[in-house]
Write a protein that binds this ligand. Sequence first.
Ligand SMILES: [Zn+2]
Length: 237
Amino acid sequence: MEQKRCPTCGRFLNPATDFFHGELERQIIELIRIDHPDWEVRDGVCLRCVEEYRSLLASKDIRKDLAKLDHMERELVRKIAQRLQLSKNINEVYEESLTFGERAADRLTQFGGSWTFIFIFALVLVVWMWINTSVLGKPFDPYPYILLNLVLSCLAAVQAPIIMMSQNRHAEKDRLQAENDYQVNLKAELEIQQLHEKLDELRMQSWQELWQIQTRQLDLLEGLTRSVGMGKEPGKV
Ligand SMILES: [Zn+2]
């Protein structure tokens, strides 16, 4: 009888291992038929090719699952797979990405929200009013200090967007921090799960070993009892 060849790799088929009678998964059969439309299960396929199709199927499933994840989760999976460190100092990352204008706005907001600013500002106001009331013979901004009002309005108008810029960036920083926390927590959770699985496996393994030892001991005991029974003199208990 002519020996058949594997339809995918062309190797000779082993009649003992390479013919599957109904135990081949439906998806594998469909995958083989995509490449070889005329192929039937009874034609046989070598075990190595079946394994290749199985891994192809598994990687397809994994890719399908990966496609469902968003960018952040995909990045997390990549980092876990490559065993990369996830936790990072958001303050450092954030400071490095700031432009000169953003840094200046942060410093101004910091200064604008301090007691030093309030004291200096109050002092400037008092000095301005004092000069225009008592010192200068011909004041540049007499009572009711219209120029001072204008300066104050301008200051308020400029200060508001600077504060808003700074607040927006702080919100962005908080968002980055929360994202990083989420990633680190998720990774920790997954790794704890993995550890649990490993522990369960180890426990199961030690149970099996214990079971084997006990079975062996029982066999030995049985053999011992039998040999003692055979050597026992009749009539004695
Ligand atoms: Zn093959």
